[in-house]
Design a protein around this ligand. Structure first.
Ligand code: NDP
Length: 238
């Protein structure tokens, strides 16, 4: 099938750009979401295939409405755009930092998903992939595990925003299951990107994380729904 369409938000760089590249290589028409037209157009050229710029600031209601009006049918929505404002624990995090983080990582996902729902409903096999984080796992935050030392309360705004995104993943999955949707969350692993500069020494290849997202974008009709997976396909506890 060469007429499948996908939208990746925040696809002008980082993990999102790799997801867009891989979906384009898989034959999708890919809408490259970027809040900056110039940087988005540059990414479109680098992504290749049938990639198209879609100017989209996910926190701007007018931008979301205008972008949705340009897409008739959508098979895959990847809610990838995200920010990390502060590494502080909750007592050291101003409520405004929480608000700013939630605007992008939580509220915007609701706005974008709801705006593109009519287009997704025109797909025979609609898929939504929410790019979350293992740091949003409450289980991993409270029990010893190989990937995260327990007891750290850092990056409270970011991590709680991803926990909220995980909850929304379950609720969207439940609500839309009967319509054939698959809505799942991905923990991409630690990647060296602008969002996570501390990962420059330890972070893995963002392309590897993107493959995990593409797998969820291509799930068969009997695949999982309302689940949380690591980039390497292993389930992540909520
Ligand atoms: P980057 O900072 O490289 O990319 C983030 C992307 O989101 C950019 O394209 C950025 O656009 C875009 N974005 C941010 N705010 C908006 C907005 N309001 N409207 C539209 N686009 C926006 O980070 P990553 O690639 O690392 O992050 C991608 C996702 O992966 C995020 O959801 C992040 O939380 C998640 N993640 C990343 C991890 C890592 O180790 N890197 C680990 C776990 C999860 P712009 O260039 O204009 O700022």
């Amino acid at each position: 099938m060469n007429d499948r369409t996908a939208l990746v938000t925040g696809a002008n760089k980082g993990i999102g750009k790799h997801i867009a590249s891989q979906l384009a290589a898989a034959g999708f028409t890919v809408y490259v979401g970027s809040r900056d037209a110039r940087r988005g157009q540059q990414a479109v050229g680098e992504i290749g295939g049938d990639a198209r710029l879609l100017v989209l600031d996910v926190t701007d209601a007018g931008s979301v409405t205008a972008a949705a009006a340009q897409v008739d049918r959508l098979d895959v929505l990847v809610n990838n755009a995200g920010i990390s404002v502060s590494l502080a624990p909750p007592t050291g995090t101003d409520v405004e930092e929480f608000r700013r983080t939630y605007e992008t990582n939580v509220f915007a996902v609701v706005a974008v998903t709801n705006a593109f729902l009519p287009a997704l409903r025109r797909s025979a096999h609609p898929r939504i992939v929410n790019i979350s984080s293992g740091t949003g796992s409450l289980t991993w935050s409270t029990t010893p595990n190989p990937q995260f030392p327990s007891g750290s309360a850092g990056a409270a705004a970011y991590r709680s925003s991803k926990a909220a995104l995980n909850a929304l993943t379950v609720f969207y999955a439940q609500e839309l299951a009967e319509e054939g949707f698959k809505v799942n969350a991905l923990a991409p692993g630690v990647r060296a990107t602008d969002l996570n500069p501390r990962a420059s020494s330890v972070g893995g290849d963002p392309a590897e994380a993107a493959r995990g997202a593409v797998r969820l974008a291509l799930l068969p009709d009997d695949g999982p729904n309302g689940a949380f997976f690591s980039w390497d396909e292993t389930p992540v506890p909520w």
